[in-house]
Design a protein around this ligand. Sequence first.
Ligand SMILES: Nc1ncnc2c1ncn2[C@@H]1O[C@H](COP(=O)(O)OP(=O)(O)OP(=O)(O)O)[C@@H](O)[C@H]1O
Ligand SMILES: [Mg+2]
Length: 239
Amino acid sequence: MLTIIDVSTFYGSVPVLKNVIIEIPKGSITCLLGSNGAGKTTTINTVLGFVKPSAGDILFNDASIRGLPTEAIVSRGIGVVPEGRRVFPKMTVEENLLVGASCSKNKANIARNLERAYTMFPRLAERRSQNAGTMSGGEQQMLSISRALMSDPQIVLMDEPSLGLAPLIVNDIFATIRQINKDGTTVLLIEQNAFKALAMADRAYLLQKGQVLASCTENTPEAKARLKDIYLKSTEQAH
Ligand SMILES: Nc1ncnc2c1ncn2[C@@H]1O[C@H](COP(=O)(O)OP(=O)(O)OP(=O)(O)O)[C@@H](O)[C@H]1O
Ligand SMILES: [Mg+2]
């Protein structure tokens, strides 16, 4: 569904991504692992058009989206749960959700998606009129995920959805991601909670210094164990 083909990017003259190849099949949970500064967020930002690739191509449903404006990319069916949540603090929960639906003109659809968000996270329903900035970290993450789903994306790109959350809430977030995927949305998941993410993923890529160091393209315990091994060795080297 989403294919990153040999993509390289620069921030100014500093190379960040180097010949990155990532394939995200329709219906999968694909996980992107890597230590701080490996280029995970940059990968998402490149897909979304915030960062322009200097080489390579990005295909969504077999059509190139390279160089398109972000709005055009998102409206093709790509949702994002950005790093650090980024809810609008002075807007209510419901207003935040409606921002996620602003590309949609179908009122019945919007109402249905609001209902879906409130069913998935009853906490959001209770707090629909509360300002998002006064919500707890976990609640803001629930809101950020729900906002991304308001546009019925085909794929949702999640940048560290469990960061900074208590273990019980992390479990909730992971269960939600699994459910979203079961309901038909393809997921690209960036996680530092690497083994938990790997356990849930259909395939995974390990980024190091802007390059794909290793990948696991079959959903088998052996393939995952191999990637886990390489991951552990690479983090040992980094420290
Ligand atoms: N706007 C920017 N300008 C210049 N350099 C940047 C910019 N954003 C990121 N970088 C650099 O690019 C590299 C990759 O950053 P990126 O944010 O993609 O890493 P990451 O894998 O998401 O890390 P983290 O796990 O800490 O979120 C880092 O060395 C970072 O300093
Ligand atoms: Mg990041």
